[in-house]
Each structure stands twice: as structure tokens, then as C-alpha cells.
Design a protein. Structure first.
Length: 424
């Protein structure tokens, strides 16, 4: 399979064509370790560029506001059925444009203005939409936070969580994270939610693919009411959002909140692409992929820890790891991000627990294994990638040495084609 040529784009807009082909080259020649990024299949990529872009489909299958919905209804119905099967649940809304709209739509479906939500603190691994003060959500709802009890192990302080719930009386307890390397105790959180009379909601945007592939536990197994997700990241689909309900009874509230409450018409080509991605994730080989993501992350974490690097929680149970760069290497997270980018390894700077530094120049970096696993890399390659990065740290004052290392990374990447772009 050769790379897309985009002949019409080249003729119409050479500048954008140059950017597209440049980005393809960057992805093929470099290592993608940002844990929220992945590569889609050619089938998903093709679906995103179909004639469904031309169709407005406000409403839901069988209940649209415009005519001509025969095929739009078909693809959305397929996406819904496949999502329900994939995650073993009673209801799925596949229309959210992204993860944040999925979260916001769920808040407005289940809460009233002024209600309290108990979510994970951002510096301990949470997400902006879980109540960070910079978001508009904090002007509407009251967010309170829980943290890790032990940063060395990653253990959440569930006793404190129960005390906060008793004191603050939240209407929703929110599990989920963007930079937490361990598994949460969903059963314990569900118990606390039941005691508080709160909805138990999980934001699984990062680990949706791991749950779909049965590599980690699903919150639905422990009675959670709702799961929120993106459809890219470890699920390996198009950029978009997803809302799942364990029981169908909550579905009407969710659907009404998404449309017409928060969004207009769905982006139908993306809904169609979600359906394709869900079908791919239902294949047996996807479970092997999900398990390999975790195995790769554990291997890479061990390689860094053996070198003396400090990892937050001393390892990982999922797809990501968080390194304290200041303590490990004497550089900031921003300096580390720039250094690794210099050799063609992409990751992102990230705060660590109770970080004294600011988010744009934090103490840590966050990295993960979904994308490199998609390219077919396994444990041996994880050790090689860690070695590349540690060598970059050692050579950080040597431009010629970094150039040589970058050439090694490019040669290494040629062995592992990018699905949808390179030969496969």
C-alpha cells in the first residue's frame, strides 16, 4: 500500500499539500510517543474523506430533521450497535465531536447548575474537563478533587475520597485521567458513589482501546453508570467523542443533552469512520494489540527505571509513563521535550504530582506506547527507544552527536511502516 498522493489537493492548494506531505514524512521518519496519539488504518482514513461530509443529519436515526437520511441512518446505526457490542453496554451516543463535548454533554444530562462533581486533581493525573479552574465548567458546577495517597505507588486515597464525598455530597464521582499510570479501583469508587447517591462516571478517553481489547478492567464491570471517551487514542479511530451507558434507561437523557442541548448536527463522515474503527476493534487481533500496548509500556518503564530515572508511581499498569526529568536528568520537561524532538522522538512535557513548576515548563514528560505498538514494535524495540532517549540526554550538549542519533532514529523507523501511510 503506497502513501496517499492527494493529486487534487496538490493542484488546488500547493501550500496545504506541502504541509500534508511534510507531516506524513514526519510521522514515517519519527517515533510517536505521545500517549494520546495513534495511527488510523487506511480504511478509517478513507471514510473520513467520503461524501458524508456533504450531509446534514440533525437528530438521530429514524428521527432526523432533514430528508435524505437513508445512508446516514445506516452508518450511525452501525456505529451504535458496534460500540454497544464492543463495550458490552446498553446505550451508545456516537455523535460528540470530541472528548470534551462528550464530557460536557454528560454533565448537563445528569447534573443541575451548582451540583458538585468529585474528580481527580490535574497535577495527580486528571484532565482539564474534570474541573480545572481555567475551564468554564467551574463557573457552572462545583468541582472538588481527590489525589494519590502515595506518589511512589500511585495509590489513590480512597478513604479521603469517601470523607470528601460525605462532606461535599457530590452528584457525580468521576474516574478517569490523562496522566495517571495505574489502574483505578472502580469497585471502591462505585461503593463511594452509591453511598453518596452520586452517578459513577468514568472518562476512559486514554484507555478505551485497552478496555475494548480486555487488557484492563472496564468500569462497567463494577457497576459504573456512564463511560465517556474519545474514539482516537488507544481505540485507533477518528478524532471524536463517545458516550456509553451501562443501562439503556439513561440513554434518553444523554441523547437529548448532546442534541439539541449542546451540539448541532453530527459530523457524519466521522460517525462513519467511528463505525469502521469499532469494527476493527471487534476483531480478535485487536485484543492482542491492546495487551501489547501494556506490555510495551511496562518494558519501557523498566528500562528507564534501571537507568536510574524517576518515574511517577514507579512504573505503569496501562499505556503511559510519567518521568520526573528534573530529578532524573537535571533538565525541565520542556527542555526534555525539545531535546527528544531534536532526534525525532515526539512526546509531551507534563506536570508531575504537586509540581512546583508551571504547566508550560513543568518538571516532567509524559510518554506512551499506543502508536509505536500500532507500527508493530514490541519489547525489544521499547528497550531500543529508551536507549535512544537516554543517549540523547547524555549527548545533549553535542549537536553533532544528536544529528548522528537522529539519523539512527530515522533508519530504525523505516523498519516499522505507519498504517495508512507507508507500505504495509
Amino acid at each position: 500500500m503506497s502513501a496517499p498522493a492527494y493529486h487534487s489537493l496538490k493542484k488546488t492548494d500547493p501550500e496545504i499539500h506541502a504541509a500534508v506531505t511534510g507531516e506524513m514524512q514526519r510521522q514515517v521518519e519519527g517515533v510517536e510517543l505521545i500517549p494520546s496519539e495513534n495511527y488510523i488504518s487506511r480504511a478509517v482514513m478513507e471514510t473520513m474523506g467520503t461524501v458524508f461530509n456533504n450531509k446534514y443529519s440533525e437528530g438521530y436515526p429514524g428521527r432526523r430533521y432533514y430528508g435524505g437520511q437513508t445512508y446516514a441512518d445506516a452508518v450511525e446505526s452501525l456505529a451504535i450497535a458496534r460500540a454497544k457490542k464492543l463495550f458490552n453496554c446498553g446505550h451508545a451516543n456516537v455523535q460528540p465531536h470530541a472528548g470534551a463535548p462528550a464530557n460536557v454533554g454528560t454533565y448537563f444530562a445528569l447534573l443541575e447548575p451548582g451540583d458538585t462533581v468529585l474528580g481527580m486533581d490535574l497535577s495527580h493525573g486528571g484532565h482539564l474537563t474534570h474541573g480545572h479552574p481555567v475551564t468554564y465548567l467551574t463557573k457552572i458546577f462545583n468541582f472538588v478533587r481527590y489525589k494519590m495517597k502515595d506518589i511512589e505507588s500511585g495509590e489513590i486515597d480512597y478513604d479521603e475520597m469517601r470523607e470528601v464525598a460525605r462532606r461535599e455530597k457530590p452528584k457525580m464521582i468521576l474516574a478517569g485521567f490523562s496522566a495517571y499510570p495505574r489502574e483505578l479501583n472502580y469497585a471502591r469508587m462505585k461503593e463511594i458513589a452509591e453511598e453518596a447517591g452520586a452517578y459513577a462516571v468514568a472518562d476512559m478517553a486514554h484507555i478505551a482501546g485497552l478496555i475494548a481489547g480486555r487488557a484492563v478492567r472496564s468500569p462497567f464491570e463494577d457497576g459504573f453508570d456512564v463511560i465517556l471517551s474519545t474514539t482516537h487514542k488507544s481505540l485507533r479511530g477518528p478524532r471524536g467523542g463517545l458516550i456509553l451507558c451501562r443501562e439503556a434507561a439513561l440513554g434518553a437523557k444523554i441523547d437529548k443533552s448532546v442534541f439539541p442541548g449542546f451540539q448541532g448536527g453530527p459530523i457524519m463522515q466521522m460517525v462513519a469512520a467511528k463505525a469502521v474503527a469499532f469494527k476493527e476493534a471487534l476483531r480478535p487481533e485487536f485484543a492482542d494489540y491492546a495487551k501489547q500496548i501494556v506490555a510495551n509500556a511496562k518494558c519501557m518503564a523498566e528500562a528507564f527505571m534501571q537507568s536510574g530515572a524517576r518515574l511517577i508511581t514507579n512504573g505503569t499498569d496501562n499505556h503511559l509513563l510519567l518521568i520526573d526529568c528534573v530529578e532524573s536528568w537535571g533538565i525541565t520537561g520542556r527542555e526534555a521535550e525539545e531535546l527528544f524532538d531534536r532526534i525525532g522522538v515526539t512526546l509531551n512535557k507534563n506536570v508531575i504530582a504537586d509540581d512546583p513548576r508551571k504547566p508550560m515548563d513543568p518538571s516532567g514528560v509524559r510518554l506512551g506506547t499506543p502508536a509505536v505498538t500500532t507500527r508493530g514494535m514490541k519489547e525489544a524495540e521499547m528497550k531500543k527507544l529508551a536507549a535512544f532517549m537516554l543517549e540523547a540526554v547524555a549527548r545533549r550538549g553535542d549537536p553533532a552527536g544528536l544529528d548522528a542519533l537522529h539519523a539512527e532514529v530515522k533508519a530504525f523507523c523505516k523498519k516499522y511502516p505507519v498504517p495508512g501511510i507507508g507500505e504495509n
